[in-house]
Ligand binder design. Structure first.
Ligand SMILES: [Zn+2]
Length: 344
């Protein structure tokens, strides 16, 4: 005959498994994940959450901004910014609607910006690596003139890394290719995406995951982190502040919306976690982004200009904040995924 223990043990185990399942289900809801993101918010990541988290959670979830995943945070479409997201010569919107001043933020890193989007110029001993290119209409005044104002020569652009093939990031690639002939690196899937646009960039280098791009004394590391688009690239950039080394992290595609597929959400989640671990391993302690809103870049730049000798660099936020930033966007994606799995 069976002892009491052999009868009771399987029963207890079943109850325990069921209780655990209930607990997991309760924490794996859209509300719980959004709350987990919200708990970490501050000026280093609020804008990222604004574009990545659902604004409302219910039977009909809404994205947190007018921008869907397709045209994240682009400026109001001007006449030239129609389908191609502003790629190509087109007619630019009035300058006062988009122009913002950028400049140097580290010994070797320069912000090239509009009100909405940021690109970055990495100065090396052998030329310049440009990360993203803004809308096409901003090529002259934000990229080219922006570089010249900081004493950089756009003819020195040797590489362009494109975070993803949306017009607010790849809009000036074709113009810069035609003018300065740099090599251009983009995710293979995003080259395919860009080829469908009007006046597309000329396909060049397919990024590989973990690719180390070395130019002179500087090595930028590139990771393929699909989610916002299928070929989104995220990068880690070594920077120096008065000679002191730091590592800047850019999560290359941030915004999510109700139209983002489950497959892409799952990829976004696993890649945010993976890139968080990689960033941690490399000691990333600076957040850069490709939308000014993500980490309050325009205010941060104003603080950079006002910085006095001995004051900290406003872009150095510390390793914990870099980790939190990637946790916030991961939790936002988990919130969207829970909604699509019917767990508000
Ligand atoms: Zn985008």
């Amino acid at each position: 005959m069976q002892t009491k223990t052999t009868v009771l043990f399987p029963l207890l185990l079943t109850v325990l498994v069921q209780l655990t399942a209930v607990a997991v289900a309760q924490s794996d809801t859209a509300t719980a994940h959004k709350a987990a993101a919200t708990a970490l918010l501050n000026s280093n990541n609020t804008g990222a959450a604004h574009l990545a988290c659902p604004a409302t959670i219910g039977p009909i979830a809404t994205a947190n901004s007018p921008a869907g995943p397709g045209r994240a945070g682009g400026p109001p479409a001007g006449p030239g910014a129609a389908k191609g997201g502003g790629r190509g010569p087109g007619v630019a919107p009035p300058k006062e609607n988009w122009y913002a001043e950028g400049g140097q933020v580290f010994d070797n890193l320069y912000l090239l910006t509009t009100k909405v989007n940021s690109a970055w110029s990495v100065k090396t001993s052998e030329g310049i690596i440009l990360i993203d290119t803004l809308f096409g209409y901003a090529a002259q005044e934000a990229i080219i003139d922006g570089m010249k104002k900081s004493g950089l020569d756009p003819a020195d652009i040797k590489y362009i890394i494109v975070s993803h093939a949306h017009g607010d990031h790849d809009g000036s690639v074709k113009y810069l290719q035609d003018t300065y002939h740099p090599r251009v690196i983009m995710g293979a899937k995003d080259w395919e995406l860009s080829a469908r646009e009007a006046n597309p960039p000329q396909r060049d280098i397919d990024a590989s995951d973990g690719q180390k791009l070395t130019l002179g004394d500087t090595t930028v590391t590139i990771y393929i982190t699909p989610g916002h688009t299928a070929g989104t690239l995220s990068v880690l950039v070594p920077v120096k502040d008065h000679g002191q080394p730091h590592v800047a992290m850019e999560w290359g595609g941030t915004a999510l919306g109700g139209a983002t597929s489950k497959e892409m959400l799952e990829s976004y989640i696993s890649n945010a976690k993976r890139f968080r671990d990689i960033s941690d391993g490399l000691g990333a302690d600076v957040i850069i982004g490709n939308h000014t809103e993500y980490n309050d870049a325009l205010n941060r730049f104003e603080r950079t200009k006002a910085r006095k000798a001995g004051e900290p660099n406003p872009w150095i936020v510390g390793k914990r904040e870099v980790q939190n930033y990637l946790t916030v966007v991961e939790e936002c994606a988990k919130s969207w995924l829970a909604i699509s799995n019917g767990r508000p």
